[in-house]
Design a protein around this ligand. Structure first.
Ligand SMILES: Nc1ncnc2c1ncn2[C@@H]1O[C@H](COP(=O)(O)OP(=O)(O)OP(=O)(O)O)[C@@H](O)[C@H]1O
Length: 272
């Protein structure tokens, strides 16, 4: 059997006395969409922040499988809470945010070029001297930017200010920006929040295309159950910081524990 791309093992995250994640284990298989769902306050964002290097988990391991074998995200994070997210990006994880974080005063294509500085192998000297390697890297960055603009149906917006785009396009620009870093895993934090039904439909097509045509692995937090059921291969359900269900969309959709968690009643009441 293939090893998973991401393996979360017994992760606990505490904030003082609050346990936001307790002994969480799940895996993310390559080339598919895994959704992390759960009621408000279930611990989804905290888990995302541990995976993407914003937090260092209090206990447990998060392993990203790369060409040189599994790498522990925890060891990449040099300082708890603040340090290490750039190292996690370099290791192959990119993310988008619940609240869109673009450079709104820059053009769409400039947003994509800025994102690539971390992954293009340049330094100050090669930039000042404009060496052939620097110019080649610059050309490749522009090509990559236009490639992902095309994939996200944004080519016509390349020279508009990012802040002027309608909300649905800004969301797709965030995904394009993440994809420009060539991630092994892209993490989308509530990508459908604030979108209208037609924007949500376009978003789900884009995410499915990422997997089917580019073999991209996607981890998504989402409250829109219609979208989750449509695009996911695998769903992990958190409640009060713990995994209460894990399986196919059909499996979790019919799981009394999940229905009870969403309705705020006991599992026995659901089964009656
Ligand atoms: N930085 C923090 N300091 C203290 N407590 C926190 C912090 N971040 C999250 N928590 C707590 O951890 C628990 C889980 O929060 P989290 O934001 O991860 O849930 P969530 O499932 O993402 O919720 P939502 O769907 O509302 O975004 C909550 O009780 C929250 O108050």
């Amino acid at each position: 059997m293939n090893t998973p791309l991401l393996d979360v093992r017994n992760v606990t995250m505490r904030f003082g006395g609050i346990v936001a994640n307790r002994n969480v284990s799940f895996s993310v298989e390559r080339g598919g969409v895994t959704a992390l769902i759960g009621p408000n306050g279930a611990g989804k964002t905290t888990m995302f922040n541990c995976i993407t290097g914003f937090y260092r988990a209090s206990e447990g391991q998060i392993l990203l499988d790369g060409p040189n074998g599994p790498q522990d995200i925890g060891t990449l994070i040099t300082k708890p809470i603040t340090g290490g997210s750039h190292l996690v990006t370099r290791a192959g994880i990119a993310r988008t945010f619940q609240n869109i974080r673009l450079f709104k005063e820059m053009s769409v294509v400039e947003n994509l070029l800025v994102a690539q500085h971390l992954v293009t192998a340049n330094n100050l000297v090669s930039g000042v001297l404009r060496t052939p390697a620097f110019r080649r890297a610059e050309r490749e960055a522009v090509d990559r930017a236009y490639h992902w603009l095309g994939e996200m149906n944004l080519t016509d917006d390349a020279n508009r200010l990012a802040g002027e785009l309608p909300y649905g396009r800004q969301r797709r620009l965030e995904i394009a920006r993440a994809m420009c870093t060539g991630p092994k895993l892209i993490c989308l934090d509530e990508p459908a929040a604030g979108l209208n039904p037609s924007e949500t439909r376009e978003l789900s097509e884009v995410i499915q295309r990422l997997c089917k045509e580019h073999g991209q692995t996607v981890l998504v937090i989402e409250h829109d159950m219609g979208l989750v059921m449509r695009i996911s291969d695998h769903v992990v359900v958190l409640d009060h910081g713990e995994v209460i269900s894990d399986g196919t969309p059909e499996h979790v959709g019919n799981d009394p524990a999940v229905i009870a968690a969403y309705l705020g009643v006991s599992e026995e009441e659901v089964e009656k």
